[in-house]
Design a protein around this ligand. Structure first.
Ligand code: NAP
Ligand code: HSE
Length: 429
């Protein structure tokens, strides 16, 4: 019987999930990949820490050299997270002939090109299904099952923490702080939740998805990012009244050899499939020229869902090792499409403004928008307190630069008290 020795880098939430899956179904692996899988080494920071899982003596180590220099170890599963030392370890491991499974979106969104080039030169495999959408298969479907298509759009809820927060704020009237605390207690949020609530985690995942979907290297820095910290219960209530909900979406699209990549809160109609993705669930909507619309839905985080993707990748690699066919998971970014500057992106907008409640106010605001080519679909005075009126404006599709230029001027008008919200709108005709 073929035996494949693997090493884990990291034995935290996901690492322990991988150990649990591999230990629970031990007899299955032989049937599924014609090999016995042995966890030979596990790298951790603190070798004395209590763990949920038990491993034989000598397996846990804090010495990287024991792993990289062991010729029997064929696959390294990196589940430490962060850029360094994960980047160095993965590059060194590839150069030592190891194959890699990783869930590390931080690393791939910033150093994907370097990692894939090294992998290609080493003629080894690098699988990363868990880096986007946790347990949802999306990377491998984009790289294989959907390869016949020119992908026009990839749009998704790819951060469970923010989806949980928005769901709880919208359906249970919780405050942002209360909902965030719950998401942290449930283990969805990153150690520092800033990356979740400011949209960076979603931006990393979108950079990875867009790179694959559009065959062009997209880095974290290319993605326009806005988080959910400014979304208020009032915005959610307005959205609801208008037949919408608010979601943090990662949106990538490709048209005329240009790519749009942006992460920000979006008003989407309640009948849109993404509007019904709630709590910590993730979903990625993909539109291809042959397949049409498809959607991938499931648990975007959590121990066993994420470990499910990791173990799936491990089995794929073992099958390649069995047939001596490693070296085909190389970079698929063979194009160099331009990233559209955010100012050129066209979408619709929901705006909430506080202005003085007096004659001529609407006319002055409409005039600024008119001068910038911003066409309004509706303007409604939604409320009034003391001498201030609340205006809710929905625009037709306009360029981001035109709306931002208009707001710069409106902000300075003597009749303007505050520009309360600016939220982009998807899927409204
Ligand atoms: P975690 O719970 O923080 O675990 C990290 C593990 O890595 C710990 O065991 C830690 O050792 C070890 N480690 C960290 N730095 C190290 C270093 N310099 N040297 C040796 N060991 C080191 O992280 P996680 O939640 O499992 O996430 C792992 C990866 O999966 C990350 O890339 C994350 O983004 C990704 N991911 C996580 C989820 C999720 O639901 N958690 C979902 C999708 C993707 P000690 O235990 O000794 O401290
Ligand atoms: N913090 C992430 C989330 C975990 O909330 O989706 C999965 O990457």
């Amino acid at each position: 019987m073929n035996k494949v020795n693997v090493a884990l880098l990291g034995l935290g939430t996901v690492g322990q999930g991988v150990v649990k899956i591999l230990q629970n179904n031990k007899n299955q692996w032989v049937k599924r990949c014609n090999a016995e899988i042995e966890i030979k080494k596990v790298l951790v920071k603190d070798t004395h820490k209590e763990r949920e899982v038990k491993l034989p003596p000598g397996v846990i180590t804090s010495d990287w050299q024991e792993i990289v220099n062991d010729p029997e170890i064929k696959v390294i599963i990196e589940l430490m997270g962060g850029i360094e030392p994960a980047r160095t370890y993965i590059l060194e491991a590839l150069k030592h002939g190891k194959n890699i499974v990783t869930a590390n979106k931080d690393l791939l969104a910033e150093h994907g090109e370097e990692v894939f080039t090294t992998c290609q030169e080493a003629v080894r495999e690098l699988y990363f299904e868990a880096s986007v959408g946790g347990g949802i298969p999306i990377i491998n479907p984009l790289k294989q099952g959907l390869l016949a298509n020119n992908i026009e759009k990839v749009m998704g809820i790819v951060n469970g923490t923010t989806n949980y927060i928005l769901t709880k704020m919208s359906s249970e009237g919780k405050t942002f702080a209360e909902a965030l605390k719950e998401a942290q207690e449930l283990g969805y949020a990153e150690a520092d939740p800033t990356a979740d609530v400011e949209g960076l985690d979603a931006a990393r995942k979108l950079a990875i998805l867009a790179s694959i979907a559009f065959h062009t290297r997209v880095k974290l820095q290319d993605v326009y990012v806005e988080g959910i910290t400014k979304i208020s219960p009032e915005d959610l209530a307005y959205a609801q009244k208008l037949g919408y909900t608010i979601k943090l979406l990662g949106i990538g699209s490709s048209q005329d050899n240009q790519i749009e990549v942006r992460v920000h809160p979006v008003l989407i109609p309640l009948h849109h499939p993404l509007a019904n993705v709630n709590d910590s669930f993730n979903a990625i909507f993909v539109q291809g020229d042959a397949v049409g619309e498809t959607m991938f839905y499931g648990r975007g985080a959590g121990q066993l869902p994420t470990a499910s993707s990791v173990v799936g990748d491990l089995i794929a690699i073992i099958k390649d090792l069995n047939t001596k066919s490693t070296g085909h998971s190389a970079c698929s970014c063979y194009e160099t499409k331009k990233i559209k500057p955010m100012g050129e992106v066209k979408t619709k907008y929901f705006l909430r403004l506080h202005v003085l409640d007096q004659p001529g106010v609407l006319a002055s605001i409409a005039s600024v928008f008119g001068k910038h080519g911003v066409s309004l679909a509706s303007v409604v005075q939604k409320g009034c307190f003391q001498d201030v009126a609340e205006l809710v404006v929905i625009t037709h599709q306009v360029k981001e630069k035109d709306i931002q230029d208009s707001l710069e001027i409106i902000k300075e008008l003597p009749i303007t008290k505050e520009i309360v919200s600016l939220i982009r709108v998807e899927g409204m005709e």
